[in-house]
Design a protein around this ligand. Structure first.
Ligand code: ATP
Length: 280
């Protein structure tokens, strides 16, 4: 439904998105990648905010100067801003105007999206009185106006507390699978069990595309936990993921290229992610 053909975006000599081709079908996609991988730049190409080389087709038509497409997408930017002096409801009505939603639908649409993000009680509040997490939720709410066919979220859960993060995941799960939902995030565990497909970007390219299970499988037989003493005996190339305490002793979790003397453990999605990025 969304076809990306050799999409390229350069900032002078820096190629932020490098001849990227992909085909996005209805479903939930998790877009992962380290800082500077090109995720936001790709999203800005997808939302027509940047001029780019290559082509993006929506239902077979270029998205450039395609107002049909622009009316059919919901987008949450990394930094969502809203007019400080407007109330939450007024802000949503403003977005309804921008999205060319019929006036008779405004109230119903606003109520619907506020309920979806648990903000109904803040409808009369001025934007400047919202907490950071509430503003983020208002940002998520406006993406849902007009029931778009493409939803793009850039770091949607940044600044949300654990309860609201869970609520966001439940909201995404409840949305119809007939649309394309693209979620860019740093939080690898957020895409597990939520996304039908995971895309990993690095240096402007997609270096992995597959299911959460397929990503975990990248670390199969390569994920270990060791003690401080065992750590000194590690061989070959390995990547230390984290340190944790167990029975009053320091332990490490790592992925390694070759078998190790320490305990092999079941891989998680984070282990697969490291294997892909570190070529392990
Ligand atoms: N407006 C810009 N002008 C110049 N360079 C830019 C611009 N925006 C992004 N870049 C560069 O393009 C590359 C990709 O940046 P981008 O913000 O798309 O990465 P990202 O994957 O979204 O990173 P993060 O996870 O940190 O948000 C980086 O090297 C960045 O410095």
């Amino acid at each position: 439904m969304l076809e990306l053909k050799k999409v390229t975006k350069r900032f002078k000599k820096n190629c932020a998105v490098d001849q990227l081709s992909a085909s996005l079908q209805p479903g939930v996609y998790g877009l992962l990648g380290p800082n500077g991988a090109g995720k936001t730049t790709l999203i800005r190409c997808l939302t027509n905010l940047y001029r780019f080389q290559g082509e993006i087709l929506w239902k077979g038509r270029s998205i450039r100067k395609n107002t049909d497409y622009l009316d059919r997408i919901g987008y949450l930017p990394q930094k969502f801003g809203a007019y400080q002096e407007l109330t939450v409801e007024e802000m949503l009505r403003y977005f309804c105007v921008l999205k060319r939603i019929e006036k008779k639908e405004w109230s119903r649409e606003s109520e619907r999206v506020l309920e979806a993000v648990n903000l109904t009680e803040a409808a009369e509040k001025k934007v400047r009185h919202l907490s950071g997490g509430m503003l983020r939720r208002l940002g998520i709410a406006q993406t849902l106006l007009g029931k778009p066919e493409v939803l793009i979220f850039d770091e949607p859960t940044a600044g949300l507390d654990p309860e609201e993060r869970l609520r966001f995941k439940m909201l995404i799960s409840s949305l119809s699978r007939e649309r394309i939902i693209l979620i860019s995030t740093h939080i690898v565990e957020d895409v597990d069990a939520l996304c039908d497909r995971i895309l990993i970007m690095d240096a402007g390219r997609i270096v992995f595309s597959g299911t959460a299970g397929e990503l975990k499988a990248q670390a199969e037989g390569k994920t270990f936990e060791c003690t401080e003493l065992e750590q000194k005996k590690l061989t070959g190339r390995f990547y230390m993921e984290r340190q944790f305490e167990q029975e009053n002793a320091v332990h490490y979790r790592l992925v390694a290229e070759e078998p190790q003397v320490c305990r092999k453990v079941e891989p998680r999605i984070e282990d697969g992610y490291i294997c892909v990025l570190e070529h392990i």
